[in-house]
Structures are given as structure tokens and as C-alpha cells.
Design a protein around this ligand. Structure first.
Ligand SMILES: [Zn+2]
Length: 106
């Protein structure tokens, strides 16, 4: 269970304690937080915190943990912009197989 996120842990905890209010709140976060706000959370932009009306028990770490569910994996090749699924990460950037072949050929 080491991979369970903070958010999931809290969900489990609230389920066990039958804390329905918190559970409902956590499960409806995606309806409470705007897409633009979600993007800022993903970028670790803490200024968004002041705009959100969250209960005191909610922490930034938990919010980050929740937002991670919506993080899109990087699958666009940095060189040609095509789908790089199955490609390789080069210095933190994803590169498709075609471009890897081209780079190697040079
Ligand atoms: Zn490419």
C-alpha cells in the first residue's frame, strides 16, 4: 500500500470513520475546483490556495495529491509534436521513436 496517495489515504480514513461530510467534500473536489485552478495546483502555484474555500483540515499536500489524478502524462514528442507513446525520455523530455532513430543517424 506504499503507493497510496495522501488523498486516497484520507478517503479510506473517512470511509472507516464514516465521516460522510469529509468524504462528500473530497469526492466532489473536481466540481468545486475550476480547471484553471487545477492547472495552477498542478504547477504547485500556491497563490491559488487563497482563492479556494477549503475546510481547515484540508492541506496543500492533500490538494496536490488529489490534483495528481488529473496530471496528463507527457506523451507528445518535443521534436516533432507527434504522439510519443513508447518513446524515450531524454533529459526529462519525451522523444518519439522516429526522432530517436533520426538523432542516432546524425
Ligand atoms: Zn518525434
Amino acid at each position: 500500500m506504499g503507493d497510496t496517495s495522501l488523498y486516497d489515504q484520507k478517503l479510506l480514513e473517512c470511509t472507516r470513520k464514516r465521516d460522510v461530510d469529509k468524504l462528500n467534500f473530497l469526492q466532489s473536489l473536481d466540481k468545486k475546483i475550476l480547471k484553471s485552478q487545477l492547472e495552477r495546483i498542478l504547477k504547485n502555484d500556491k497563490t491559488v490556495w487563497g482563492e479556494l474555500f477549503l475546510p481547515k483540515w484540508m492541506t496543500w499536500e492533500m490538494l496536490k495529491s488529489w490534483s495528481a489524478k488529473y496530471e496528463k502524462p507527457e506523451t507528445i514528442c518535443v521534436f516533432c509534436g507527434s504522439d510519443a507513446e513508447g518513446g524515450k525520455k531524454v533529459r526529462g523530455k519525451i522523444v518519439c521513436q522516429n526522432c530517436i532513430v533520426e538523432i542516432k543517424a546524425e
